[in-house]
Design a protein around this ligand. Sequence first.
Ligand code: 5RP
Length: 219
Amino acid sequence: MKLKNLKTIVAQAVIDYIPSGSILGIGTGTTVLKFIKILSNVKNLINGTVSSSKISTLYLKKYGMKVFDLNNINHLPLYIDGADAINNNMEMIKGGGGALTGEKILANIADKFICIIDQTKIVEILGTSFPLPVEVIPMAKSYLMREFIKLGGVPKYRKNIITDNGNIIIDIYNLKILDPIKMENVINSFPGVVTVGLFALRKADIILIGTNQGVKIIK
Ligand code: 5RP
């Protein structure tokens, strides 16, 4: 199956997990975009959405969906999002699309986080196949790059990207993340870090994987 079809089957399968009448947290990325399109056909199922990024908000509105400001919502039963890499403990690297801060906020608030991915995202060790994105306050860029080298990584400034929050992204290559929770805590502790794209402290609750054999579910 082509990659885009793997994303479509998983985006379709997650519809069955949506509690009716709820407000739904929406992630960012190409898999989520497919999900938004499919969701728009059954939009009466939900009361509305909260969005993790400006780009997802744009698509949600384009497809006629209500988007609430998170500050006006006090309960989020479910968050649905993709990932760039995920290990067998459901810990993830996210932020390939630069929306990691909004994504992490929604993932942390939600009662349940369902991750929708295609089979290419499964990895044994995080950090080896996909670089770790970190959203950073611009004035801390050089300092943080030095710190990331000390962690054993190869940091690279992501050019021509300003996040939804007016910050920059540093992608850390070649990090072998053997203890994701520890690494998340260490990177979180550096002043100037807004969000690290490591989702280990709050990992997925359910993973739906689009494979050539159909949708595989991991709980
Ligand atoms: C965006 C993300 C996405 O979830 C991640 O990049 C996966 O994207 P795609 O569905 O396009 O493969 O973290 O910041």
